[in-house]
Design a protein around this ligand. Structure first.
Ligand code: GCO
Ligand code: MN
Ligand code: MN
Length: 396
């Protein structure tokens, strides 16, 4: 292991601790660097060694797809042996498994989707695979179950009616909520939106779309969202706004942190690598509202990296989060910044938020507004934004 970060001792304020709830997927630190243009560049690392690696870099937990751990064609005895060994490794290294999910995208059987495949047998197989993967997740201690519909989409709308797709998706999720309840599993489902890749268009492309869909399910109280920075940025959207809407709805069950330049391929960069300002506003939001779930890094090291680079990548994700959290505290304590913010709210204390009452409505209709004065007021956002930039650049 290279000691690249001087002072990475207990006194280091950027040293991750369990209470930070930093998690990585087996598929993230285990990513071998394959892309559509070239094969893997890093050797396959067994899951138990990845658990050890995560413990060494200071992560709290590891998340997994069923087939990150158990091969798709494993028999019962092989499955049990693998799970036993993995559980032991997690216990030995103090690593928890807070989230689990199903691989419903790699196997060619899912070429037309899983829950939205035309073939009802594929949909039934996807359900069976997910039930077994839920059993696995619960056995490992997971309390959040993620659904990322990677193949739930299309290249052409000539092939599938999107209303059918949504109905089939709903039927499957309702079925699986029923299974979780019947088994007495205390699982919460977190649906993860993505606009495209691997499909030309993926159904439920944004967190907002997912939130609307959840309200149509049989057990909406069990189901929330897992927004991902890269996915919102791919759609050209503001991740913090998506997360705020999810939080406002009581649906922020999980979060995937990484980074992405809009308009590019699915990059899965280290958290904060592309747009540290956006990452700052996101961290500030999560810390301000007291989000208590996992901070899951769904990203991977550049293809240029070896195993030491993978550790640098993992440490980098956590260090950037903690650095931005510190900046968020500074932002909250900065008198000039807070003065500008306080000034924005000053003025006539007329309370729109007190709601409608006939008398209040009448009084408002009578009221005279000085439109010119309202329009003349500068907001000071330039100064505020520059102060934020200087804070982030470390010159403030
Ligand atoms: C992606 C997704 C996945 C999911 C993962 C867990 O773009 O490939 O982000 O990494 O998050 O399958 O559900
Ligand atoms: Mn992604
Ligand atoms: Mn993800």
């Amino acid at each position: 292991m290279r000691g690249r970060y001087p002072g990475a001792a207990m006194s280091d304020p950027l040293q991750p601790r369990p209470e930070h709830k930093f998690t990585f997927g087996l598929w993230t630190v285990g990513n071998r660097g394959a892309d559509p243009f070239g094969p893997p560049v890093r050797p396959a690392v067994p899951p138990v060694r990845l658990v050890q690696l995560l413990a060494e870099v200071g992560a709290y937990g590891v998340n997994l797809h069923d087939n990150d751990l158990v091969p798709i064609d494993a028999g019962a005895a092989q499955r049990d042996a693998i799970v036993r060994e993995f559980r032991q490794a997690c216990a030995d290294h103090g690593i928890s498994v807070p989230m689990a999910t199903t691989n419903l995208f790699s196997d060619p059987a899912f070429r037309d989707g899983a829950f939205t495949a035309h073939d009802p047998q594929v949909r039934a197989y996807a359900l069976q695979k997910t039930m077994r993967a839920m059993d696995l997740g619960v056995e490992l201690g997971a309390s959040v179950y993620v659904f990322w519909g990677g193949r739930e989409g299309c290249e052409t709308d000539a092939g599938k009616d999107p209303l059918d797709a949504l109905r089939w998706y709903r039927e499957c999720l309702d079925f699986l909520c029923g299974y979780a309840k019947d088994q007495g599993y205390a699982l919460r489902f977190a649906l993860e939106a993505k606009p495209n890749e691997p499909r030309g268009d993926i159904y439920l492309p944004t967190t907002g779309a997912v939130l609307g869909f959840i309200a149509t399910l049989a057990h909406p109280e069990m189901v929330g969202v897992n927004p991902e920075v890269a996915h919102e940025h791919m759609a050209g959207l503001n991740m913090t706004h998506a997360v705020a809407q999810a939080w406002d709805a009581g649906k922020l069950f999980h979060i995937d942190l990484n980074d992405q330049i809009p308009g590019r391929y699915d990059q899965d960069f280290r958290f904060g690598a592309a747009n540290p300002r956006a990452a700052f506003f996101l961290v500030r939001f999560l810390e301000q509202v007291g989000y208590a779930g996992s901070r899951h890094f769904d990203a991977h090291a550049y293809r240029s990296e070896d195993e030491a680079g993978v550790r640098d990548f993992a440490r980098g994700c956590m260090r950037t989060y903690l650095a931005l959290k510190d900046k968020a505290h500074r932002f909250a304590r900065d008198p000039e910044i807070q003065g500008i913010l306080a000034g924005l709210r000053a003025g006539d204390p007329y309370e729109v938020g007190s709601g409608y009452a006939r008398a209040r409505g009448r009084a408002l209709l009578q009221r005279t507004f000085d439109r010119g004065a309202l329009a003349a007021r500068g907001l000071g956002y330039e100064r505020l934004d520059q102060l934020t930039t200087e804070l982030l650049l470390g010159v403030r």
